[in-house]
Write a protein that binds this ligand. Structure first.
Ligand code: PEP
Length: 241
């Protein structure tokens, strides 16, 4: 089985202007980073800048949308469908981000339905899971992330195009939950999926801590928020090797 390729995602969230896109992409395009064989880089601008970013970005970096609708498009004002992303040749989508789970009440079942639908349309999915501070303090971290992963596992059978992203701020540097998640996949989905699925980490990753984090066992990359808007994102990409 091929080794899991290091993955670095940059989630620009709801930030920036067209000029900012040009600036960030210029930095990325000029950066000397490890080859495509060593690292997969995906940046996620807001919907309205996806085409601009796609047009400007170097060919070895890809783009992701930050969300998509749960089913086929139609009378769903303000939503963007998976079909539209495919039509624009956007290869990736982030689903289940903690901000959407918390602020927009997206449930695990809803997220899982989105993951299944997006995969069925041919998108690749950065699927986010993670516990709240209260859940962590109650000692239920693994239970919570296992339930979120189970909701997805019940609705998909092929994990090839899924990158599982664990995102709690408190866990920086421990690597423990990644190990638990891989074991969960092994026991509940199967050894091949556990071996091949990339499990990445998100939460305050920056140019200063990325190298140490990248060395954690079972950690196959990052989803980066704040630092993905800054030149230090290049250092984070370089931590792949
Ligand atoms: C995120 O919310 O996807 C994230 C990882 O944010 P930050 O890197 O800013 O903690």
């Amino acid at each position: 089985m091929a080794p899991r390729k290091f993955f670095v995602g940059g989630n620009w969230k709801c930030n920036g202007t067209g000029d900012d896109v040009k600036k960030i992409v210029t930095v990325l395009n000029e950066a000397e980073v490890p080859s495509e064989d060593a690292v997969e880089v995906v940046v996620s601008p807001p919907f309205v800048f996806l085409q601009q970013a796609t047009g400007l970005l170097r060919p070895d970096f890809a783009v992701a949308a930050q969300n998509c609708w749960v089913r086929k498009g139609g009378a769903f004002t303000g939503e963007i469908s998976a079909e539209m992303l495919v039509n624009l040749q956007v290869p990736w989508v982030i689903l289940g981000h903690s901000e959407r789970r918390a602020l927009l009440n997206e449930s695990s079942d809803f997220v899982a339905d989105k993951v299944a639908y997006a995969l069925a349309q041919g998108l690749k999915v950065i699927a986010c899971i993670g516990e709240t501070l209260e859940q962590r303090e109650a000692g239920t971290t693994m239970e919570v992330v296992a339930a979120q992963t189970k909701a997805i596992a019940e609705k998909i059978s092929d994990w090839t195009n899924v990158v599982l992203t664990y995102e709690p701020v408190w866990a920086i540097g421990t690597g423990k939950v990644h190990d638990g998640l891989r074991k969960w996949l092994q026991a509940n989905v199967g050894p091949a999926v556990a071996e091949s699925t990339r499990i990445i980490y998100g939460g305050s990753v920056n140019g200063a801590n990325c190298k140490e984090l990248a060395a954690q066992p079972d950690l196959d990359g990052f989803l980066v928020g704040g630092a993905s808007l800054k030149p230090e994102f290049v250092d984070i990409i370089k931590s792949a090797t």
